[in-house]
Design a protein around this ligand. Structure first.
Ligand SMILES: [Zn+2]
Length: 194
């Protein structure tokens, strides 16, 4: 699947939204990727998971287990787990800290692939990396459907494998042109729902 084909798929399912959004990082943005609108269709989720898995195999990355951040990463993480034939677990945010719950555990030196739907700033991904590393497991890579980091300034120190690099603008609240125009803001992130 080429990037243009993937972009067409996002458009078809209206997963690429434009407007005025408050991201879970607190930044404001003129674009938002609502992955759930595609992933609600298992056949499409499988298609995307196969592309991610293909890249993982292409880079000869050995994976023992998938870890996905809830809620956005769970569906695609599970699908990638099925394609790669490994188990798939998820982290949750408890009192603002990322944790493995539900008696999920990782063994020392187990090779972890983190699977996200979208990497926005990399900050949440970094929190997951820190927590998983503290268990003694090894992060071999981070994979996502979309990477919408603006300048890749946050060095995550692991390979980042994404299907689509998305160009949208993020603004701090006090420099947001949509706020200046009193445009109504939407909070589409899932952090408050957990
Ligand atoms: Zn704004």
């Amino acid at each position: 699947m080429q990037q243009t084909e993937l972009t067409e798929l996002f458009k078809k399912y209206k997963a690429l939204l434009s407007g005025h959004f408050q991201l879970s990082s607190g930044l404001h943005s003129n674009g938002y990727f609502q992955s759930a609108l595609i992933l609600q269709y298992p056949a499409q989720a499988k298609k995307i998971a196969m592309q991610i898995s293909h890249k993982i195999k292409e880079y000869k990355i050995k994976v023992d287990v998938i870890v996905s951040p809830a809620i956005g990463g769970i569906v695609i993480g599970h699908e990638v787990g099925e394609v790669l034939g490994v188990r798939s677990i998820f982290t949750e945010r408890v009192n603002n800290f990322v944790k493995l719950r539900r008696n999920f555990s990782l063994c020392k030196n187990e090779k972890v692939l983190i699977v996200e739907d979208v990497i926005t700033t990399g900050l949440s991904t970094n929190e997951v990396i820190q927590h998983i590393s503290s268990t003694g497991a090894i992060i071999v890579a981070v994979a996502s459907i979309v990477d919408r980091r603006i300048d890749n300034t946050l060095n995550l120190n692991v390979p980042i494998i994404s299907l689509l690099k998305l160009q949208v603008n993020n603004y701090p609240k006090n420099k947001c042109p949509m706020c200046c125009n009193n445009q109504k803001i939407v909070k589409p992130g899932s952090r408050e729902l957990i």
